[in-house]
Design a protein around this ligand. Structure first.
Ligand code: ZN
Length: 179
């Protein structure tokens, strides 16, 4: 985790994100900044669906898209909606350690057996489902994926400020990923 930059004081917030909604997110979550009142979303947060993560942020502060690995490749219309209609100018992409979307193939049998046992699927259909979708949702490495997804989104939405962040499930704190 040598790529992670700690945020334990306002000075740790990278200059380009200070006094922006990304900086505020870090202040609320990591630094216990008292909550301000919002009547509209200030930013879009993309984060994993994983149950171990909970953000400490005010009501109305953010749109949040949760998907495996914080992968927004298949949520683009929702990203565009948050920008076009929701008028947000910032995106925080939040990966986390021990993400289930890394090395999906190691959980192939569990995935297939679970669908057969719990959902009533037949084995062939469950296998086909896994092999069709696993390559689309595999992220490889939690930090590298967030950095590549950040680059992709910056090209796609050039006027939006996009920050690659990381949630360490061991201490429940947010970090910058060093670019
Ligand atoms: Zn995850």
């Amino acid at each position: 985790m040598e790529k992670l930059l700690k945020v334990v004081s306002e000075n740790d917030i990278l200059p380009e994100y200070r006094r922006t909604p990304v900086g505020q997110l870090l202040e609320y979550h990591n630094l216990n900044r008292p909550f301000d009142t919002y009547d509209k979303a200030q930013l879009l947060i993309g984060m994993c669906m994983d149950n171990r993560k909970h953000l400490h942020i005010p009501d109305n502060f953010a749109f949040i898209i949760r998907s495996g690995g914080a992968n927004l490749r298949y949520s683009e219309f929702k990203v565009s909606y948050a920008i076009g209609v929701g008028k947000v100018g910032h995106i925080a992409l939040i990966g986390h350690n021990n993400c289930g979307m890394v090395n999906l193939v190691s959980r192939k049998n569990e995935f297939i057996d679970g669908l057969v046992a719990s959902a009533g699927w037949d084995r062939d259909r469950a296998e086909e489902h896994f092999f069709h979708f696993a390559p689309m949702f595999e992220i490889g490495s939690e930090t590298d994926f967030i950095l590549s997804e950040t680059k992709r989104l910056r090209l796609r939405y050039p006027k939006i400020l996009i920050a690659p962040l990381f949630y360490l499930v061991d201490d429940n704190r947010l970090y910058f990923i060093k670019e």
